[in-house]
Ligand binder design. Structure first.
Ligand SMILES: Nc1ncnc2c1ncn2[C@@H]1O[C@H](COP(=O)(O)OP(=O)(O)OP(=O)(O)O)[C@@H](O)[C@H]1O
Ligand SMILES: [Mg+2]
Length: 409
């Protein structure tokens, strides 16, 4: 965000309200730039930039919850926009999408949003038709939105690509079309278009059923490593510093120990750690009587630092205890009937198969049917768990019909 100060131009960073985002991925919005509180991923970011230097397609895969979406949204994309991919310049436009219920429709919507000179609906219909009718659709759309003659690179981020295999897809043929579009783009890339796809490693097996897709993945794979202990330490201790906050050394050490994955990766650990930090932060801000105006880097420092303490972490049960406590607090605010609805919702959204946890995004109307409740009742329950200060649940519009797709964060 640029501000004019006399005749000088100065950068006004959009500091997020809190140094920790909680359960959801880091993101950049019009008012908050979470790249300012993002640490631990320089190595992975540089490696993905190096891949993009020589390939227009990169498949970023990794275990569930290891930080793939965050790495792209607040690591790689801001680096591209800062001009770090030198041969492409800094004038990037970015279309970000998740397959959701209509993989190709949602891709068309994301691309249409880049056009400001025409009605978004008309443009998205045209883009959708091109993507559906020609396997080189991505090349053709790129040539219109980012013609070779102009030096304006375009990035498409397909996040949570594994959703193409999910039961929420309303038009299965669109899943196949999206795979084919990616494969064709890999064979014939457009010089101004770059495509980054994130996917959980669990789904590599399903990709192998499509030999050409498997070839493309083999050639463009970036395996996201889990954070190393030294990196975990920095993502715990660094973000609060500009917010006049301090994490006790003993707390940082205990959390590194509880999050570390050398013995066996647990997909819950990083989200649980991030949630615990966000909860401890809010708790410490309240305890210091600062909840009405929490400390921000761009405002006056409080008279004493906000302390995140080992004692509070242990008293509230560590990573898992804090999540359970937070969930219990939210449930306690609901009636018995609403609690039952919440139970149906969470059971549906985080199904396990073969002991493996997987996201199962589901439309609000299907959830209401499952929970045998009305839309307004469901809305009340979902809004409690999707509130920005809680973010247990994520919600986004459906492409196929009016309504929403609900997902765990
Ligand atoms: N570098 C980081 N520092 C601190 N927390 C992080 C970092 N990267 C991710 N997280 C946190 O870890 C959790 C999972 O992050 P994210 O959603 O980006 O992972 P993912 O690999 O995309 O997950 P999924 O497999 O569900 O798509 C979130 O709570 C996020 O805030
Ligand atoms: Mg993700």
């Amino acid at each position: 965000m640029l501000q004019s100060l006399d005749d000088q131009i100065v950068f006004a960073p959009r500091w997020p309200a809190s140094p920790f985002p909680g359960l959801r991925p880091f993101r950049v919005t019009a008012t908050e730039d979470e790249s300012l509180i993002f640490y631990g991923r320089n190595r992975a970011k540089d490696e993905i930039l190096a891949r993009l230097n020589s390939s227009h397609l990169v498949f970023v895969v990794g275990p569930s919850g290891c930080g793939k979406s965050s790495l792209l949204k607040v690591g790689v994309i801001p680096a591209l926009e800062a001009g770090l991919l030198t041969h492409a310049g800094a004038n990037w436009r970015v279309a970000e999408m998740r397959p959701g219920d209509r993989p190709v429709r949602n891709l068309a919507y994301a691309l249409a949003e880049l056009r400001t000179d025409a009605g978004a609906n008309d443009v998205s219909d045209q883009i959708y038709d091109v993507l559906c009718s020609d396997e080189n659709g991505l090349w053709l759309v790129a040539e219109t939105l980012a013609p070779r003659a102009a030096p304006n690179p375009l990035l498409i981020l397909i996040d949570q690509f594994e959703e193409v295999f999910g039961s929420q897809v309303a038009a299965q043929s669109e899943s196949k079309s999206l795979l084919e579009l990616i494969v064709a783009f890999w064979t014939k890339a457009h010089p101004n278009l770059f495509l980054v796809v994130t996917m959980r490693t669990d789904f590599l097996e399903q990709c192998a059923n499509f030999p050409k897709l498997a070839d493309a993945i083999n050639a463009t794979l970036f395996m996201t490593p889990v954070l190393r202990d030294s990196e975990i330490k920095s993502v715990i201790s660094m973000p609060p510093e500009p917010y006049h906050g301090v994490v006790e050394e003993k707390l940082a050490e205990a959390m590194v120990k509880d999050t570390s994955s050398e013995i066996g990766y647990s997909p819950d650990h990083l989200p649980l750690m991030q949630h615990a930090l966000s909860w401890l932060w809010n708790n410490a801000v309240s305890a210091a009587g600062l909840s009405k105006s929490p400390p921000r880097p761009d405002s006056t420092a409080p008279s004493q630092a906000v302390m995140l303490t080992h004692d509070r972490y242990v008293t509230h049960g560590g990573l898992k205890g804090i999540l359970n406590k937070h969930a219990d607090e939210l449930l306690a605010g609901l009636s018995d009937r609403e609690q039952r609805i919440a139970q149906v919702v969470f059971t549906r959204l985080s199904e396990r198969d073969e002991n493996r946890y997987r996201r199962s995004p589901t439309s609000a109307s299907a959830l209401a049917t499952l929970a045998d409740c009305g839309a307004a009742e469901l809305e009340r329950v979902v809004s409690v768990f999707s509130d920005p200060s809680v973010s247990f649940l994520d919600r986004r519009p459906l492409a196929n019909e009016a309504g929403e797709l609900i997902d765990v964060s």
